[in-house]
Every structure is written in structure tokens, then in C-alpha cells.
Unconditional design. Structure first.
Length: 206
């Protein structure tokens, strides 16, 4: 009788512990949200010390919406899989999307932010998003989708250089070349991580 009670007590404790692990939020998953909070607080703090940073409510709303979307997508990916490489791949892709949108809204890549040629970068994002849905977010397919996104990024940069779009800017063509390489590299790093995730999943399969 006593042994039975002891076994039940241990089983209950084990169940409670397992439930805590299952429902608890790992510290690493709170990091993106903390970083998002710091990012949105940075301009608010800077405005108190310098007149070079002048933001209005619209700026904060747009940044807040972008950060919320980015963190939400990463949280969804974290809930879907425990594959570290897959999560890292999603994280890199999210960072690339966030910076690409923000730079275009703030200053533009091809000339100024008012240059309609910058709308081509929406096509770059469309390639990645459409590709992700076509492959159903499977890691091997995502690797191919991100390679296609990198090629689309390079194509936009080449078109801008050949057509001379944004040539009136002081930093042309260096800024187009530099940022094209930067974003293409991020897409390719994400693709490599997705490929690693696919290999890990294949190795873990029975």
C-alpha cells in the first residue's frame, strides 16, 4: 500500500514537472520580444537628447506594427518546431525582411524613398513569401525559396544599375551594390540554415 502511494506521488510530481516544461516559455523565446521593446524605445530615448531624431506617432505605429509582425512570425515558427537550424533560418529571414522594408521606408535603396523603383523590392519579398507557401514551409523547399529570393534581390540591383535609376544620388552606385550584396547574403544564409534543418530532420527520421 505504501509503495503504491509512493509510486502515485512520484507519477503526479513527474506529470506536474512535465506540464511545467510544456507550458512554460523558454527564456530564448522572450529575447526577440525584449529586443523589439529596446528597438522601439531607442528613438524615443534619443529624442530626449538630440534634435536629429524627430519621430511622430505614425513612425512609432509603423515600427511597432513591423516589430509585432516580426516577433509574431518567429513565435509561430518556434511553436511549430524545435529544430534550432529552422528557427535560426526563420530569424535571419525575418531580420532581412524587416531591414529591407525599413530602409526603403526611411531613405530608400534606389535613390530616395520617393523613387518608385524601390517598389521592385516588394517583388523580392513576394518571391520569398509565395515560395514559402508553395513548399508549405518545409525546410528543403524553403532553402530553394530563399535562394530564389536572393536571385530576385540581385536582379533588382542589376536592373537599377543598368537603367541608371537613382544615379542622381550622392552615394550611387555604391549604395545599391553594397545593399544588394548585403541582402542577398542574408537570404543565402537563411537558405543554408534551412538546408541544415532539412538534413537534421532527415537524420532524425527513423
Amino acid at each position: 500500500m505504501r509503495a503504491s502511494l509512493m509510486w502515485r506521488s512520484k507519477a503526479t510530481a513527474g506529470s506536474t514537472e512535465s506540464s511545467g516544461v510544456e507550458h512554460g516559455i523558454p527564456v530564448r523565446r522572450t529575447v526577440p520580444w525584449l529586443m523589439a521593446a529596446l528597438i522601439i524605445l531607442a528613438p524615443l530615448v534619443a529624442m530626449q537628447f538630440t534634435d536629429e531624431v524627430v519621430w511622430d506617432k505614425t513612425d512609432f505605429v509603423v515600427l511597432g506594427a513591423m516589430l509585432l509582425s516580426a516577433c509574431g512570425v518567429y513565435e509561430l515558427a518556434a511553436r511549430m518546431t524545435g529544430n534550432i537550424a529552422y528557427r535560426a533560418a526563420v530569424g535571419v529571414a525575418i531580420v532581412a525582411v524587416f531591414i529591407l522594408i525599413w530602409v526603403n521606408l526611411a531613405v530608400g535603396i534606389i535613390g530616395s524613398e520617393d523613387n518608385p523603383a524601390n517598389l521592385m523590392y516588394g517583388g523580392v519579398l513576394a518571391v520569398g513569401i509565395l515560395g514559402a507557401f508553395i513548399v508549405r514551409f518545409q525546410p528543403r523547399g524553403m532553402a530553394h525559396a530563399l535562394v530564389a529570393t536572393a536571385l530576385a534581390q540581385a536582379l533588382v540591383g542589376m536592373i537599377a544599375l543598368i537603367a541608371g535609376w537613382g544615379s542622381a544620388g550622392a552615394n550611387w552606385p555604391g549604395v545599391v551594390v553594397l545593399l544588394t550584396g548585403f541582402f542577398a547574403a542574408l537570404w543565402l544564409v537563411s537558405a543554408w540554415l534551412f538546408r541544415k534543418a532539412a538534413q537534421t530532420s532527415a537524420g532524425a527520421a527513423p
